[in-house]
Design a protein. Structure first.
Length: 131
């Protein structure tokens, strides 16, 4: 095995591990906020943006909710596709916010995904096999 090939293998594995760790971190953040978070109801949204790239959609809107102590939180963020029907029907949408940092929140219907973790592992394995 030549040096160039070894460098590509190591670089690929490092990138793959980094992506997998980032995916695990995001999954953990969502799960933790759902455990420790305080529940609030976001105000209905009247519009959102749908950014599409290669068949993947990212939905974003500005959300407003009130914390237990009466502080109003306003933040523009992405949201899961599963919430579109609730927003269009005017159904209340729950969030779990971090009591010590209320601008950090997740939606009740937001589920942690495995895609990023699996993608990172795939990068690492591909680097080992093909580099």
């Amino acid at each position: 095995m030549n040096t160039k090939s070894l460098v590509f293998k190591i670089l690929g594995v490092v990138i793959g591990v980094g992506v997998a760790v980032a995916g695990c971190s995001e999954r953990s953040r969502i799960e933790q906020l759902k455990k420790i978070g305080t529940v609030a109801i976001v105000e209905p949204i009247s519009e959102y943006t749908d950014s599409s790239s290669r068949g993947n959609h990212t939905y974003t809107a500005e959300f407003v909710f009130e914390t237990e102590d009466g502080t109003t939180i306003t933040k523009k963020t992405s949201f899961p596709k599963e919430l579109i029907a609730d927003f269009e029907a005017g159904t209340p949408v729950k969030v779990f916010y971090n009591p010590t940092n209320p601008s950090e929140f997740v939606f009740e219907k937001q589920e942690p995904e495995w895609f990023v973790v699996i993608f990172g592992i795939g990068i690492g394995i591909a680097a080992l096999i093909f580099a």
